[in-house]
Design a protein around this ligand. Structure first.
Ligand code: S3P
Length: 430
């Protein structure tokens, strides 16, 4: 386990960084390539630990995958190319690998066992195992299939019309993937729109996907055609530097290659509503997803209320939004965000406890948190608790803290952003 030390920045952040590949899209590019017919090539892949777990699992399922940095080649042999694994499938820290892979395994006529790390072992899986069982798949595991280790024997499945209680792209994707090889129609309705990368990418792989408001449906019996996939930069990674640019005095930074999918861009709405100096340039399309470059500079910020349909559009950004809010005048209220409790850590607890150690005025609520700004942050020893986004949020807070911030278990950051500290250095040395 490693401890990172972050010091107060004296001169401001300047310059530009290219944001690494989107984690959600990188996972999907590999998984869909593995079930497609033909050779899929991926550029801009995120070589973070989570996406490497996906590659490792699909190799164990018999798929030949070559990966060198941001380039990946997948030799897909269609749905039937997947073979019964002789070893357990280890998803590491990755919820997306677990849930989407379960959707794929649900229709495969063989047995697999899925395990992950200590954090995965605490994350609820009934939200996918129950609907997949109701389609006809046999799944068991700890707590009747709610927690890993899970064992799954796929088989002949039937389409369902599933009403999800949570706005979760992982749930939606798992059921749609199973639906592609089930009898009849499968539909998923969600209470608010979650990220739609699966819908977009399945269409790119030649699948017919119907969307109607908050309902997505697919017909069974569909195959995928190999593709060349260009992965845009991850707005969830860009978020750390968007916040840093806004709160570190004398800063002006440009982030290039940022994915701007409207189901993910809630952080931009929040920054704009808080009064950040932000401009969006070079809006373009890459691999069926909108991307742009963003310039942000030190800003006078005001607290706002964040809730409702905005939450799924920024759920992964809430740890760093809490840091942002600690530097905004007045009160910021985050509500309707109970899903934070079932992320890599209980992010209501971890954000509040670690930011308190740095002197922020922040309190947990049942479904979010309340932050009073502005606070001068102090130095302290904090922990990521093994959660990459908590580690990075603490590092951004450390850039403005009066004394050194020590971040224990900082190695977790490699889950989604292996070059994070290099990028801080690049922006500091200009
Ligand atoms: C993801 C969906 C979100 C998000 C996670 C990645 C995905 O989770 O928090 O980091 O790639 O589909 P939920 O689907 O559980 O909301």
């Amino acid at each position: 386990m490693s401890t990172a030390i972050v010091n107060h920045i004296q001169v401001g952040l300047k310059g530009s960084v290219q944001i690494p590949g989107d984690k959600s899209i990188s996972h999907r590019a590999v998984m869909f390539g593995a079930i497609a017919n033909g050779t899929t090539t991926v550029e801009g892949f995120l070589p973070g630990e989570d996406c490497l777990s996906t590659i490792a699992c699909f190799r164990k399922l018999g798929v030949t995958i070559e990966q060198e940095g941001e380039k990946v080649t997948i030799e897909g042999k269609g749905w039937d190319g997947l073979k019964e694994p002789t070893d357990i499938l280890d998803v590491g820290n990755s919820g997306t690998t677990t849930r989407l892979m379960l959707g794929i395994l649900a229709t495969r006529p063989f047995h697999s066992v899925v395990i992950g790390d200590d954090s995965i072992a605490k994350r609820p899986m009934a939200r996918v195992t129950e609907p997949l069982r109701s389609m006809g798949s046999t799944i068991d595991g700890r707590d009747h299939g709610n927690f890993t280790p899970l064992s799954i024997r796929g088989g002949a499945t039937k389409g369902i019309a599933f009403q999800s209680k949570v706005a979760s792209a992982q749930v939606k994707s798992a059921i749609l993937l199973a639906g592609l090889q089930s009898e009849g129609t499968t539909s998923v309705s969600e209470p608010a729109l979650s990220r739609d990368h699966t819908e977009r990418m399945l269409e790119a792989y030649g699948v017919e996907v119907k969307r109607d408001g908050l309902t997505v449906s697919v017909e069974g019996g569909q195959t995928l055609k190999a593709q060349h996939i260009v992965v845009p930069g991850d707005i969830s990674s860009a978020a750390f530097f968007l916040v840093a640019g806004a709160i570190v005095p004398n800063s002006e930074i440009t982030l290039t290659n940022v994915g701007m999918n409207p189901t993910r861009s809630g952080i931009i709405d929040v920054l704009q509503q808080m009064g950040a100096n932000l401009s969006i340039q070079n809006e373009r399309m890459a691999g069926g997803e909108p991307i742009a470059d963003i310039t942000i500079s030190t800003s006078d910020l005001t607290g706002i209320e964040i809730g409702g349909d905005l939450i799924p559009r920024l759920i992964d950004e809430i740890p760093v939004i809490a840091v942002l809010a600690s530097q905004a005048k007045g009160r910021t209220i985050i509500r309707d965000a109970e899903e934070l409790k079932v992320k890599e850590t209980n992010r209501i607890d971890t954000v509040v406890s670690e930011l308190k150690k740095l002197g922020a005025n922040i309190e947990a609520t049942e479904d979010g948190m309340v932050i009073e700004g502005r606070s001068s942050l102090n130095g302290a020893t904090v922990s990521s608790y093994g959660d990459h986004r908590i580690g990075m949020a603490m590092a951004i807070a450390g850039l403005i803290a009066s004394e050194e911030v020590k971040i224990e278990r900082s190695e977790a950051i490699a889950v989604s952003y292996p070059s994070f500290f290099n990028h801080i250095e690049t922006l500091q040395s200009k």
